[in-house]
Design a binder for this molecule. Sequence first.
Ligand SMILES: Nc1nc2c(ncn2[C@@H]2O[C@H](COP(=O)(O)OP(=O)(O)OP(=O)(O)O)[C@@H](O)[C@H]2O)c(=O)[nH]1
Length: 217
Amino acid sequence: MIGQMVVQVKSNSNPCSKAMDGANVLLLGAENVGKSALTVRFLTRRFIGEYGDIESIYSHIDKIDGREISFNIWDSLYPQNCVTPESISDKQLQWADGVILVYSICDRASFDVVRQQVQLIRQSRKMSASAPMIIVGNKRDLQHQRAVSSEEGRLFALSADCSFFEISAAEAYHGVMLVFHELLELIQESRALKKGVIGIKGIVRTVSAVFGKKRVE
Ligand SMILES: Nc1nc2c(ncn2[C@@H]2O[C@H](COP(=O)(O)OP(=O)(O)OP(=O)(O)O)[C@@H](O)[C@H]2O)c(=O)[nH]1
């Protein structure tokens, strides 16, 4: 269970505090889908192959459009072979400003886990029902082992009001970067909406969502 796992806090980040100008990002998904690979790719731009089994929270300052943004990234461990309400802790949901749910395109069971986790989060009162979520199909380089089509992933994301990406953490940094930057943008829009301020991009997104044409990558 998550409560019994070691949580490493790096760079003096406090897992219970919200970032001032940035975002707390929670990575979820089944085991072996590449959550750590995505995190390490974003932090270091590298793919190192093997990552171990330690649950960690990383702090990372990124420069986006000349502004410094602080990311706190919780790389979770998937605790069980089946999803139960306990598999995502209240603490994780209260902490997170946005969630990245990762499955492997070669592993149908991992796609099912993401579907169940999206449902659990949407039903949870610990996180806002409109909290930004991105669904990521990882291991796109393994086309010959594909078990979940892009279309299926995209359609599910659309139905769950989530953004969608298919990437390969092994092959490239760019796709991984786009995932984190998109989530940051969604988090900032969601904050602006709560304050009653919304930019042009936010208006386009809202209008698109209302007319069923929400942008899905
Ligand atoms: N081919 C390929 N392998 C990948 C990719 N991303 C991760 N892997 C491999 O998949 C395995 C699992 O990656 P991890 O990042 O440890 O997966 P995880 O989801 O953090 O796994 P847990 O720690 O068990 O929760 C490792 O052997 C990685 O090298 C990818 O995009 N393509």
